[in-house]
Design a protein around this ligand. Structure first.
Ligand SMILES: [Zn+2]
Length: 245
């Protein structure tokens, strides 16, 4: 198949104030080969590093370092989920700096109430979305790679609230990854306790710039996700990048 080439001149994707700074540097342009769906997916470490150099908000941060007290249970690093295969090489949760810092503020608010977030999933490399699609091929359960997922942009997080001391989950409408209408925000046939817990999660996330997703009470998108590219860097690649160029 013939692949079209997208010439991506970094200056063109920058916001106006940064543009002058970028223009003052040697003009650098990169080519991203569009994939079979016509999507530009960043899979080159150098392209990512230069994007971060020109827009620090794009850096992918490891939540275990950025928010040391957050709890992680990265389900896709196990086979204990509906795909029944280990999809992640490591139990890692990365988000773009802008989203990670927003989540850090939200976590501080929960901690003041003796609570904490528990993250089930955050950044998902695009190749994992492709693997999931090959196994499931149903967009009720997994993202269609012809669109990509906001998880691929480092701008989506699946999470719940737990007791900060014991780690016990607050009662929510369904278990994680229950893709029935019971998980929809429109489901109000729930106990007062569950309604209050779901509302606390939503209120806390929305206060810090995240948007709820109607069909999954656990999924939140960072509102400005459209500014962040689809990514296909592995957790191992991200771990080796201590310093952007
Ligand atoms: Zn999600």
């Amino acid at each position: 198949m013939k692949h079209a080439l997208l010439k991506l001149t970094l200056g063109l994707v920058l916001s106006a104030p940064v543009l002058a700074h970028a223009a003052a540097q040697a003009a650098e342009s990169y080519s991203i080969v569009l994939n079979q769906y016509g999507l530009a997916v960043v899979s080159d470490v150098k392209v990512y590093q230069h994007m971060v150099k020109h827009d620090a908000k794009k850096e992918m941060l490891d939540l275990s370092s950025t928010i040391p007290d957050i709890k992680l249970q990265i389900v896709y690093a196990t086979d204990q989920h509906f795909v029944k295969q280990k999809m992640y090489s490591q139990p890692k949760a990365y988000l773009r700096k802008v989203a990670a810092e927003a989540l850090k503020k939200a976590q501080a608010e929960l901690k003041s109430k003796g609570l904490s977030f528990k993250v089930w999933d955050a950044y998902r490399p695009y190749a994992v979305t492709e693997r999931m699609w090959a196994l499931v091929k149903d967009d009720r359960y997994v993202a269609d790679p012809s669109h990509g997922s906001k998880h691929n942009r480092g701008c989506a997080v699946d999470l719940t609230i737990v007791n900060a001391k014991t780690g016990a989950e607050l009662k929510m409408p369904t278990p994680y990854l229950d893709f029935t209408p019971k998980a929809y925000h429109a489901n109000t046939k729930l106990s007062k306790e569950v309604l209050a817990n779901r509302a606390l999660l939503r209120r806390t996330m929305e206060k810090y710039g995240f948007l709820a997703y109607n069909e999954e009470w656990w999924h939140y998108n960072y509102a400005e996700w459209g500014n962040y590219e689809l990514m296909n860097l592995s957790f191992e690649q991200l771990q080796t990048l201590k310093q952007p160029l």
